[in-house]
Ligand binder design. Sequence first.
Ligand code: MG
Length: 293
Amino acid sequence: MKLATFVHERHRSVGLVLDDARHVALLDLPDDAAQRGVLSLVEMAAKGIDVSSVRRGEVLPLSEVCLEAPIPLPRRNLFCVGRNYHAHAKELAGSVFKASSVDPMAWPIVFTKVPECVVGPSDDVVLPVGISSQIDYEAELAVVIGRGGKNIGRDDAMKHVYGYTIVNDVTARDVQMRHQQWDLGKSFDTFCPMGPWVVTADELDGANTRVRCWVNGELRQDACTKDLIFDIPSLIETCSRGITLYPGDIIATGTPAGVGMGLTPPRFLQPGDVVRVEIDGLGVIENRCVTSA
Ligand code: MG
């Protein structure tokens, strides 16, 4: 299933995207549940309530609705993984991933983005002019946790995956590096475009899908998730060590090589630039960079 959150007649609604990927069937949810978008369906599923039990309403052309992030406000910070493709580790070896005393292959780098930086699949990304001059894109497959749990072993991990979505882990490189911890440089308002919907785990092999990113039509990133250094079960195992994961938690799996900072010379995002991220089996998000909301 492809499950979307969208605005229709000025109301936030949740729906099931039909197989033609051009229409969406409204799902009849109470207003407070609809406000939380697909998160409500994930939480229902964790309680054993299937989407098929929700009454379907009108079928609308997707062209007549405004898609929002499927989970417009995640229940807490998004877990994000740094340095998870070998080629990307290499391209930023002299800057973001400078040598440290920790063996980089022993454990994944995990940081977070605040939930409020999430925006929709076609929304603008506001460049924080005067604060950063090094804004970069990071195309990523994001895992949506279904059933929660703590100390989840890798052999059980996939049973805890509800589905997948796309995120662009937009990053202010100068801010990321100057504060040692990455959260500030990763969490500016609008810095997490997400969408276009959640695809349930039965419909997509997250371990083997192609991630691509274009800036103004120029292909910059192109990789397969089978090249992840730490695979999805490892990431779930790591993030749930002593920390309870909840339905609707999001783990962004890291970005491939080809970010702007890795180019020679680096090429950062400018006002008017359009970043398009496509993941096979999932869809496309496309966001324009602007200087004010
Ligand atoms: Mg990232």
